[in-house]
Design a binder for this molecule. Structure first.
Ligand code: PGA
Length: 304
C-alpha cells in the first residue's frame, strides 16, 4: 500500500489555518465569517487539503459536520504546529530585541583570563543570553573555526590563511616570569643571553603563546630550548613558583597570582608585543547576539 505522506508542497499553512477554524466550529459558514473569507474559498481550500492528504477530514450527517478520525489527528497536529510557530515567533522577537539567544565563543587558553571580564558586563546588560565558552589552545580553536562551531573566536595570533575578519581587542604582552626569590629579580635591563642557562618551561606546540615566542626569538636571532613543555598556563606558573625554571607567558595570566609567588623579570626586548583579536568568518552573517557582543567589546563599553 502506498504510504500516506503529508505533501508539504501542496499543503499550505493557510489551508491548515482554515481547516482549524472549521474543525473548531464544525461550521464552514462560521469559519468563513471568522476568517473574513467567502464560504466558497473556505470549501475550496478544505477540498485541496483533503485531496493532498488523500483522506476525508469531515463527514456530514444531516446538516451537521463531524470530524473523522483523520480529521481529529490533523486537528491535533495542526494545533501543535501553530503552537510551535507561535513559540518560534516569540523567540525570534526576543532575538530581535536581543533579550535572548546563544553566544558561542571559541577562546584560546590564554584569553580565558580576559574574556570573562568582557562577558561580565555584557551578560549583565543581556541577562537572557546563554554563553557557551569553549577554551582550547590555538590550533584546536582554529579547528573549531574551520568546523564553524562557534559564533566568535578570540586569538592573539589569528590564522593568516583563512578569510576572517579580526578586530583588535586589547594588548596581550608576553613577559618573562621567574620565582619571586630569583637572584635576578632585582636586576634591570637583563639581556636574554644572560638567562640562557636557566631552565626554560614552555607551552606546547600548537599554542599561540609558543608561536609568538618562537617568532620573536627568530627575529632576535636567539634559540629557544625548552627543558619542559606544559600544556597549561596555570601549571607553568605553579612550576615556575616551585623553582623548576623560568617561562614566558601572557601578563594576563598573572592577574590572580598570589603576591610573593612569581616575579616579572626586566629583560631587554620584552615584553613581546602581542594583541588579542575578536575573530569571525567574513562570509558568515553574525547572529544578533554575536553582533551585540562585537559592538559591546569594540565600543569600549567593556573594561578595556
Ligand atoms: P594559547 O593561545 O593559549 O594557545 O597559547 C594564545 C594565542 O593564540 O595567542
Amino acid at each position: 500500500m502506498e504510504r500516506l505522506r503529508f505533501h508539504t508542497r501542496q499543503t499550505t499553512f493557510r489551508q491548515l489555518e482554515i481547516f482549524r477554524e472549521v474543525a473548531e466550529r464544525l461550521s464552514v459558514t462560521e469559519a468563513a465569517h471568522a476568517l473574513h473569507l467567502a464560504q466558497s474559498s473556505v470549501s475550496s481550500q478544505l477540498g485541496k487539503l483533503q485531496q493532498a492528504l488523500g483522506l476525508s477530514l469531515f463527514e456530514q450527517i444531516g446538516k451537521r459536520l463531524y470530524l473523522t478520525d483523520a480529521g481529529r489527528e490533523v486537528l491535533h497536529s495542526t494545533r501543535e504546529l501553530f503552537d510551535a510557530l507561535d513559540r518560534l515567533e516569540m523567540r525570534l522577537g526576543q532575538l530581535h530585541g536581543l533579550t535572548a539567544g546563544q553566544l558561542r565563543l571559541g577562546v584560546v587558553t590564554t584569553a580565558k583570563y580576559l574574556v570573562p571580564r568582557l562577558l561580565g558586563p555584557f551578560c549583565q546588560a543581556h541577562p537572557d543570553v546563554e554563553v557557551q565558552f569553549n577554551v582550547a589552545n590555538r590550533s584546536e580553536v582554529i579547528r573549531r573555526l574551520q568546523d564553524n562551531l562557534d559564533d566568535l573566536y578570540v586569538f592573539s595570533q589569528p590564522p593568516e590563511h583563512l578569510d576572517i575578519q579580526a578586530t583588535p581587542l586589547a594588548d596581550n604582552p608576553l613577559v618573562v616570569i621567574a620565582p619571586a626569590r630569583h637572584p635576578l629579580a632585582e636586576r634591570r635591563n637583563l639581556r636574554w643571553e644572560y638567562l640562557a642557562d636557566q631552565r626554560f618551561i614552555s607551552r606546547e606546540a600548537g599554542s599561540g603563546t609558543r608561536r609568538a615566542i618562537e617568532e620573536h626569538f627568530a627575529r632576535c636571532g636567539w634559540t629557544l630550548k625548552p627543558h619542559m613543555t606544559i600544556e597549561s598556563n596555570e601549571a607553568i606558573k605553579e612550576s615556575v613558583a616551585a623553582g623548576l625554571g623560568i617561562a614566558i607567558l601572557s601578563r594576563h595570566t598573572l592577574v590572580h597570582t598570589a603576591p610573593g609567588n612569581l616575579v616579572e623579570l626586566d629583560v631587554e626586548q620584552f615584553p613581546i608585543p602581542n594583541r588579542w583579536y575578536l575573530v569571525r568568518w567574513r562570509s558568515k552573517p553574525p547572529s544578533p547576539v554575536a553582533q551585540a557582543f562585537s559592538r559591546f567589546v569594540s565600543s569600549g563599553a567593556s573594561l578595556l
